[in-house]
Design a protein around this ligand. Sequence first.
Ligand code: SF4
Length: 384
Amino acid sequence: MAKDLTLELKFRDPARARALADAMQRNLDAIGREVSVMHVCGSHEQAIARFGLRAVLPPQLRLIMGPGCPVCVTDGPEVDEAVALAQGGAHVCTYGDMLRLPGTSRSLADAQADGARVHVVYSVAQAVDVARAHPADEVVFMASGFETTAVATAAVALGELPANFSILSVHKYVPAAMEVVSRSKASAIEGFLAAGHAAIITGHALFEPFAARTGAPVVVAGFEPLDILAAIVKLTDLIREGRPEVFNAYPRCVSREGNLPAQQVLWKVFQPRAGTWRGIGEVPDGNLDLRPEWAHLDARRRLEPDVSGVRDDAAAGLERDCLCGPIMLGLAAPHDCPLFGRACVPEAPVGACMVSSEGTCRIWHTYGGAPDLRRVEGRAAGRG
Ligand code: SF4
């Protein structure tokens, strides 16, 4: 039988986890007040929820998932553009969790049910295959995801493509959203865990100006339970010592400079612009658009989606009660939403955070129904 290298490397060792939890507790005792820290990654939240890591955190430590799910922050009007293109006759290809994401009135799944040609793909290359299979039709790839995923889109854009293929970019740039969250006095975030996989591309030096400007330390974290706990210990070290620095707690994968060829590919094809993130609002430099030299690949410029028959800002219905925005800003938790697990479930999501497997509500629903952190915190407080 093959060896389980994960166990061999002891990334899930209970004794080490307890030691890290004790180190965290010592830091919080020294700080002497409640501290809020945020991670911005659905994969981190999946690991935190799946392994029950909040159960060992000090009760004074709030660990919040911020805007770390690219599906959740894709704005309704962006979905409208894809729906309009699909209803207008184009083939629209996108990742599976974008299918049921609500626009202002309809989702791509709704359009598909009415006969629009919507394809679920696992990669941008597969969308190119769809274009080659339908040379007489326009084929649009709705490109979602953060900067890591945008690199894959950019790499394909630089290759040879069929003339009927274009890209509707709804890619987002996470560091820009961290700036917005860090300015929110209400959420009072004192430090950030940065996603290790994104930092593999960007490098951890990217966060140095951010930490210096905002006064919030940043620790780059991997995805095993002990990676995350060790990163939180380091983050609370830096907060306790008042050092707004960047620390790389994922050195086996992340370097200071990151993947320079990947960065070149990314910025050759995309440029940042201000855009609206669902639930967050305006994020300066938060959206990644195709550069003007790639206008022939840009579905917005080439096909000019007409959303007039799709967009309906008054049609939000139940979604008006959705707390995704406050949840992503660290101002609420899924169990604060009256719809959580009742009117809003993964099979019938009301808000974006329940649609994707990287959304906070979906993750909490999957790994424990309605986790009551106050109860968990109470248990942790009673720990010997
Ligand atoms: Fe929005 Fe549903 Fe989460 Fe409530 S449970 S905040 S409606 S996604």
